[in-house]
Design a protein around this ligand. Structure first.
Ligand code: RB5
Length: 151
């Protein structure tokens, strides 16, 4: 997880800036901020699309999306074929999202978790790896659903 694209709506500005600083300082990751950059009201699907399009272009890249709850971002992100976006509100969910679901996009709720929990979620998500094995067969079934539903 060397390169991470991050985006969020107006509700996410403070958390996005904190996440960028934390990932750069603690994990020395390359972070690309696609906006929004100020508190002007914007529509979260636009930022979900910016991040997901970058993640789909580069198989090594990951994404982080933040809105008020993380729910809108996860719904919008999962409309992109090949994106497996997971909303995580604690470090266990973040770890499972990588180990079992190979989530390539992490969604966070700026209004539902604090910055301390955010850091523990990022710790787990960045450190964990996909376990493969039986989980690969399940992801293959999800990919088949995408082929069926999003063609
Ligand atoms: C914006 O007010 C809010 O609806 C958005 O940030 C997000 O929570 C949507 O799911």
């Amino acid at each position: 997880m060397e390169k991470i694209f991050i985006g969020g709506d107006h509700a996410a500005i403070e958390m996005k800036n904190a996440a960028i600083a934390y990932l750069r300082n603690t994990f020395r990751r390359e972070i690309i901020d696609v906006g929004a950059y100020d508190g002007e009201r914007v529509d979260y699907p636009d930022y979900a699309a910016k991040v997901c399009e970058e993640v789909l272009k580069d198989k090594e890249a990951f994404g982080i999306l933040i809105c008020g709850t993380g729910i809108g971002m996860s719904i919008a992100a999962n409309k992109h074929k090949g994106v497996r976006a997971a909303l995580a509100r604690n470090s266990y969910e973040a770890r499972m999202a990588r180990e079992h679901n190979d989530a390539n996009v992490l969604c966070l709720g700026a209004r539902t978790i604090g910055l301390g929990i955010m850091e523990s979620v990022l710790d787990s998500w960045v450190s964990a790896s996909f376990e493969g094995g039986r989980h690969s067969a399940r992801l293959k079934k999800i990919a088949e659903l995408e082929d069926k539903c999003f063609s």
